[in-house]
Ligand binder design. Structure first.
Ligand SMILES: [Zn+2]
Ligand SMILES: [Zn+2]
Length: 659
């Protein structure tokens, strides 16, 4: 029985239903349902739970994420059908969905022109309007190969040959059919609003020696309004692109050729913002009992052997720094101590650029005997790490090769986890809210199959994290089995003004690392006990977070983080002394100001320049202000007010200094 037949039998109205989801498995309405799924469905109906939010069985509506994905797959088929109608000699490859749409790969040596694309899109609309029923059927693999031999679809034959199953499924609509696992909507009329967006050249199966194919991309949404919103959002994303704003506002630079891909230079204005963020961050952490440390960027390779990074993390690490034989010879002649100083003890010891800060913090913990009274022992650092990311995935500040973590490690006893994590969650909320992020998605990831630590430890730790989350009043979901092998973790994602979600803070418990380093504390009974570690970061990486922050604010940073907080503009020459006086007053109070004495330019032009630089406050000083001992403040958003010197300065400081 198919889903369609089942719904009909039960008299469930199915206009906008395109599938059934059982656990993680998705079935379209055209596929025969396995016995076990039918049983689940019957059970859910009997318990009146079909479709309720906490049910294992759900009906997939077309405008849900799963529903859109099913619909987009049918769009890909409509695309292929359209191409075959217009250009019958074209050969088909495959056509899956993407996050916002679909694509299909075609073999056509002459390619497709802009004109062709328009025609293809028009034909797809026709196919939608024809409302062709979509039918699913199965064939033996040999029969399928025969079928495609008749059609001359050479790529489909190649694909079939690699499939291990004896029976394969097809989806058919009108004169078109496609080898396909599905799922699909029941008819082409259910396809939503779509648009073909681009073309690219790819190789069959990504193999450079295989023939070149043309990939046609499209986007698809439930309706025209959603499609238009998507394009509007794209425009907005482009306007806010941190790479573009970073250049315009002179915040950072990346020079791939001379410096290296993924290596970020913070320019003076960006660095100013970063230092304000660091100061603010540090103040909170010191108040909460964290100790700031600094650690080196390199260490002997043995440290990374002990920590296990060399075994498990190698592909993200830069290669070890080996000494050149010539260098060694030369340096040996210069100094007798050379071998000892670099750690050559007969055996060569290369150095390694650090991918993480944890081993250094453990060595600090281990540098003296710690008693239970010292716990929790909290270390924090703006720790710069280097990770080798493939050049293809590097992206502005969001994916880089060198970055600074707002890292911290807390060494504690197992019964301290709950309170400590509660405290961390409070710090996270306090800090992120200053950046305008208040919507979070929180996930608690529990034990995976392969794991360090005992079941008792995991039970206790998972329960502690859960209790801490409940206390924090954060809504959270449990991600079963998604914990790291060394311990359970909490991940927090932030939502930006465009509704995009970014992985940000993380709190990870570790049963493993302290054992690798034999880190322990002396308990009240004078016994050595194993210590536990929490790794945590709030921003994750300064670089990445800065990229998100730039895009979220479109460069209009909150006044307390702005690199220039106030511009003092003297209208004419005779007000310059008074303007300088005000400028000095603000600077002495710790404000980042600029003094604008360019009296040769028109005032409106000068104001415009500071607006373009996204400076949150301007003070305009003319003769009147000088005479009356007042200042006129222009705030972002157009608010203008004239206040006495004292009141004016107090007002600006209240907006610009965090305390
Ligand atoms: Zn398909
Ligand atoms: Zn760590």
């Amino acid at each position: 029985m198919t889903g369609k037949e089942f719904l009909e039998k039960k008299g469930i109205k199915k206009d906008d239903i395109v599938g059934i989801k059982v656990g993680n498995k998705i079935f379209d309405l055209l596929t025969p349902l396995p016995e076990s799924v039918l049983t689940e469905l019957e059970k859910a109906i009997a318990e009146n739970k079909l479709d309720s939010s906490n049910s294992n069985v759900k009906l997939i509506r077309i405008d849900s994420l799963d529903g859109l994905d099913i619909m987009r797959h049918s769009c890909a088929h409509a695309l292929a059908q359209s191409v075959k109608r217009l250009f019958p000699e074209t050969k088909l490859s495959v056509g899956p969905t993407t996050e916002v749409g679909f694509f299909y790969d075609f073999y056509r040596p002459q390619g497709f022109s802009e004109e062709d694309l328009k025609k293809i899109e028009e034909e797809m609309k026709k196919i939608k309007n024809e409302n062709l029923p979509i039918r699913r059927f199965e064939l033996k693999k040999e029969e399928a190969i025969k079928l495609y031999e008749q059609k001359g679809e050479i790529f489909k034959i190649e694909i079939l040959k690699e499939i291990e199953d004896d029976v394969v499924s097809f989806y058919e609509q009108g004169e078109f059919l496609d080898l396909c696992r599905g799922p699909h909507v029941p008819s082409t009329g259910m396809i939503g609003a779509f648009k073909l967006t681009s073309i690219s050249a790819v190789h069959f199966r990504g193999d450079e020696n295989a023939p070149q194919l043309i990939r046609i991309y499209g986007v698809a949404f439930a309706n025209e309004e959603a499609l238009q919103n998507y394009f509007k959002q794209l425009e907005e994303i482009k306007k806010r692109d941190h790479r573009k704003l970073g250049k315009e506002l002179e915040l950072f630079m990346i020079d791939e050729d001379e410096i290296g891909p993924g290596l970020v230079i913070w320019l003076p204005k960006g660095a100013k913002i970063r230092r304000k963020i660091e100061n603010f961050w540090l103040k909170i952490h010191e108040k909460k009992g964290y100790n700031l440390v600094y650690t080196p960027h390199i260490a002997k390779i043995n440290l990374w052997k002990t920590s296990g990074h060399l075994d498990h993390y190698r592909k993200f690490m830069f290669p070890p720094m080996e000494w050149d034989k010539e260098d060694v010879k030369e340096k040996k002649e210069e100094s007798k101590d050379f071998e000892r100083s670099i750690g050559y003890g007969g055996e060569k010891t290369p150095y390694q650029l650090k991918p993480m800060n944890c081993p250094f913090h453990i060595m600090i913990f281990k540098s003296k005997t710690r008693s239970y009274r010292d716990l929790p022992f909290r270390l924090c650092e703006f720790g710069t790490v280097y990770r080798y990311e493939k050049s293809g995935v590097l992206h502005g500040l969001l994916r880089v090769r060198g970055f600074t973590q707002d890292d911290a490690h807390i060494f504690l006893k197992i019964d301290q986890i709950e309170d400590e994590v509660s405290e961390i969650l409070e710090i996270i909320k306090e800090i992120l809210s200053m950046f305008g992020f208040s919507e979070y998605m929180v996930f608690l990831s529990t034990r995976p199959e392969e794991k360090a630590g005992t079941d008792d430890e995991w039970d206790f730790a998972e329960e502690s994290l859960k209790k801490a989350l409940e206390k924090s009043k954060l809504n959270f979901e449990i991600d079963p089995g998604e914990g790291v092998f060394y311990g359970p973790k909490i991940d927090l994602k932030i939502k930006d003004v465009l509704g995009r979600v970014w992985q940000c803070s993380t709190v990870q418990l570790d049963f493993n690392l302290p054992r690798k380093f034999s880190a322990f504390y002396i308990d009240s009974d004078n016994q050595r006990k194993p210590v536990y570690i929490i790794h945590r970061a709030i921003f994750g990486s300064f670089e990445r977070f800065f990229g998100i922050f730039i895009e979220n604010t479109a460069g209009n940073f909150p006044p307390y983080f702005a690199p220039i907080q106030c511009a003092v503009i003297s209208v004419k020459e005779n007000s310059q002394d008074y303007a300088s006086f005000i400028y000095n007053l603000l600077s002495e109070n710790g404000l980042d100001c600029e003094l604008d004495l360019e009296t040769g330019e028109r005032l409106s032009k000068r104001i415009r320049n500071w607006e373009v630089a996204k400076v949150p406050f301007m003070i305009v000083i003319g003769e009147k202000e000088k005479e009356e001992k007042t200042i006129t403040i222009r705030e972002k958003g157009g608010l203008i007010k004239t206040l006495s010197i004292e009141e004016g300065i107090k007002y600006i400081l209240s907006k610009c200094i965090t305390e």
